[in-house]
Design a protein around this ligand. Sequence first.
Ligand code: SF4
Ligand code: SF4
Length: 714
Amino acid sequence: MERSFKTEVQSLALGDGDTFHGEGILAVTKALLQSGVSYIGGYQGAPVSHLLDVMVEAEDQMRALGVHVETCTNEASAAAMLGASINYPLRGAVTWKSIVGTNVAADALSNLSSPGVMGGAMIIIGEDYGEGASVIQERSYAYAMKSSMWLLDPRPDLRTIVRTVEKGFELSEASHAPVMLELRIRACHVTGEFAAKDNRKGEYSSLNRIAAPAQFNYSRLAHPPVTYAQEKLKVEERMPAARAFIREHKLNELIPGDLDEIGIIVMGGLTNSVLRGLERLGLADVFGVSRVPLLVLNVVYPLVPEEIREFCANKTAVLVVEEGYPDYIEQAVNVELRRADIQTRVLGKGLLPRAGEYASEALLDGLAGFLREARPATIDADAIAERAASLLAHKAKIAAALGPLPPRPPTFCTGCPERPVFSAIKLMQRELGPTHISADIGCHSFATFAPFSLGNSILGYGMSLASAAAVGPNLANRPIAIMGDGGFWHNGVITGVASNLFNKGDGVLIVMQNGYTSATGQQFMPSSLGGRDGPAPGMNIERTLRGLGVTWLRTVRTYGVAKMVKTLKEAMQTAERGLKVIIADGECQLARQRRVRAEDSEKLKRGERVTRARYGVDDEICTGDHSCIRLSGCPSLTVKPSTDPLRTDPVATVIESCVGCGLCGEVAHAAVLCPSFYRAEIVQNPSWRDRALFRLRSIVIGWLGGYNAAGAAS
Ligand code: SF4
Ligand code: SF4
């Protein structure tokens, strides 16, 4: 990866007596080292990419602790790593983005949780749920329930997060079950401090290897007939052991309050938001002292029946604050209270939204509604409801005053090498008509937004070609599948390419070869030119495809729009049957800029010549039809008023953020738009040749313009 995590790496070295300051996700990373893990793995994805990135950069520290770090090619391989904890007393952790990553890992997770573990096994999942999430909205809770893995959801407070990680390993070992630690976006980015401890070496690790392999023990395999016994073990032994541990070690917290005829049962991760809501309603202070008692579930699965009963007994009503659908916790609380014949009313969904993120507005509304329903004797619930309404009233006023706001969809970075491919597809479609586009996960999915609006389906990471398998045979035109190189290695090479070839399929596949898994922060992957620790491993997409039997294969530089259009037309029209693959080659511009900027600044310091390309539009030639903007979608290409008083339409202009990729000029050329684009080269520390050329050009331009350059300058 191109980004540096030097500062974060230093904080991993803190020990007894030091105070750690920083973000939640880094606190988790430190807590893993304090817990004596022997191995760490994962697949990057927001909001937990940071964990693996930091571990990778802290290689020296990992080596000193004997921690094996693996950047896996997908979540399934990360989950399978946890198999090391089945037979050996090895603590290990893996990480990925959920729900999507958990879906990919599901098979390995089932086969891990059935035999159970000897060493503590932890899965750190970035629960990408709610406003700003980038994946489908489902909960990971169902996986915990179906596979009997325990789900930790710590209160977003660094001390609680670190304690939950450390205790999580103990819980896993005490109950012989894997644990999942879910972190929402806010928990990952919450900042705070905690008293650091020395990092611990694992009991066994690469520094102290286990002398002999585990003895053959059939009951440790996820294989019949022992799987039948394992299912019983989950219910009869592991679950009770987990509940006893959670209760004994007080993993869930009780925040007391004087309004004890009511209470709130809250998922740990939502505690700060609930306390903030109560504070705005005058029922808590900013330090989290609440008038309403709270049962904070830092472990949301399994629930501990005794804790639920004890909290609810003698209360008239409780509110369950459980984000997302279905309402697993609310149902479980209801069942537990009915079983115990406790008549406390359970409120939750209905007062709170049935689906979607519990942002402050939803919580204010829900809390006020709860108080109105429960009507505790010592407070005026109606006055509190009015307060909530007044706190939210300004929203309607603002909306009315502003009117509908223009949408601001995310888009490709300026100069992105993937944008030209979609310009080319649009140009191709102008001639050949519309095409079915199977889109995929990755930066290229930005093409589903305006101005491209290209893409008919997204079925998962690396799934585009597979999702076109039944489209092609039923459609007059060949479908186009778009896949990133990240998606190719994640699973697209098997689920898409191998399956297509095996079934003698047809169709067009575009592989965006930008060199990194860019959307998750420019991590390296098998075909990157660099590697995590120096030289690249040398895997190559073109050779892989040829090895699999792809015969129609073209590699095209993405910025060459005219050539890309020609190649696309050829792929769509050739009589040759079979898969046609276009490797669209162009380095991720964000990664390139980070690299080039650092290189250029070094050169400038040494007084060396540095050049930078910029594009511009000649105001006098621009016709103002803005086709260039619609076809390129570059955020550095915008409009400004025309300087010609006879023309009212604004003209196109290139702003300061242009990185000189050349796409706008290429598009203008390929689409036969207009000749108004020009390219300028900005030279810093010019050589004598540059200066001489500049002087010569100035004289010639001055002569052509009919004035004396020297005179004009004076
Ligand atoms: S991160 Fe790279 S690949 Fe992704 S949009 Fe930006 S330039 Fe394009
Ligand atoms: S050259 Fe054109 S397309 Fe490329 S960054 Fe500049 S304005 Fe955008």
